[in-house]
Design a protein around this ligand. Structure first.
Ligand SMILES: [Zn+2]
Ligand SMILES: [Zn+2]
Length: 279
């Protein structure tokens, strides 16, 4: 599996000199399986650049898996150029176990007066499949969901292929259980022995004092999850909109220090737009 980050910023896109290294686009990842099938995860603003790459490569069948419906995760959808090519087939899933919810979210953002092109007017062939509690299979790739602890809900995922596991848990408050969410220990079990853990690490501990219940985790809680689940690689994700490159570097340094002092064999990075990992 190959996973590439197209946007790792939380809440709202940012730009400027202070954000060049990690990027300002909001959540979007692409996951390519060993047969070359492409799965897009969320349609934050990062999906705009991914769309161009998909068109350049001539990929005609595209899967999109949504975590949830918050604006920063769907904002880029109308700007995903493969939508406007009649040769393309786009298969959408996720967001919840309810097929209606994902159809509604997408059609709501693509209609006047919010957006000039109606969802029904895009040229690509669009279809929806429901996410199942015990997961779905796309070719050889298994996608297993878990309910996020986040206002308005959502789903995190474990992607499995050939005994390799990538776990993606963003917009997830590890130390507070929102309605429908799971406990810290359940997330540990879900991510147990994964090769890559990509986790919401939006807040510092100081910020969390006033932002508890807002639906995001501190980087320290995310690190604790990574250590307890025995992840091989831990990737900090959903960078706060105010967090500069320098501050993210410092957070990574602090995490690495804790990992080193506890003699843990785990790599730690912060997600950077344009970067990819192959396992
Ligand atoms: Zn978000
Ligand atoms: Zn959210």
């Amino acid at each position: 599996m190959n996973v590439k980050f197209w946007g790792s910023r939380g809440s709202i896109p940012v730009c400027g000199k202070k954000f060049l290294k990690y990027g300002g686009e909001t959540t979007c990842l692409s996951l390519t399986d060993k047969d070359g099938n492409i799965i897009v995860i969320d349609a934050g603003t990062g999906i705009r650049n991914l769309g161009k790459e998909i068109e350049n490569k001539g990929i005609r069948r595209i899967y999109i898996v949504f975590t949830h419906q918050h604006l920063d995760h769907i904002l880029g959808f109308p700007f995903f150029t493969p939508l406007y090519n009649a040769k393309n087939e786009i298969i959408i899933t996720g967001c919840s176990y309810n097929l209606d919810s994902i159809c509604k979210v997408i059609s709501e953002i693509m209609k006047p007066p919010i957006f000039p092109v109606k969802f029904e007017e895009v040229y690509a062939k669009i279809s929806f499949i429901a996410m199942k509690k015990d997961g779905i299979k796309i070719n050889n790739l298994k996608i297993v969901p878990i309910e996020l602890s986040h206002p308005d809900g959502g789903l995190g995922y474990r992607f499995e292929e050939n005994n390799k596991k990538i776990v993606f848990l963003t917009d997830n408050e590890l130390k507070y259980i929102h309605p429908g969410g799971r406990s810290f220990d359940e997330y540990v079990q879900f991510a147990k022995n994964c090769d890559v853990l990509i986790s919401d690490a939006d807040y510092t501990e100081k910020e969390y004092e006033i932002k508890k219940t807002w639906g995001h985790s501190t980087y320290i809680d995310a690190l604790e999850l990574a250590i307890k689940c025995n992840a091989k690689k831990f990737i900090l994700f959903h960078h706060n909109q105010e967090r500069t490159d320098k501050q993210i570097d410092l957070i990574v340094e602090k995490c690495r220090k804790i990992i080193y002092e506890n003699k843990i064999d785990m790599k730690c990075f912060a997600a950077k737009a344009g970067e990819e990992i192959t396992i």
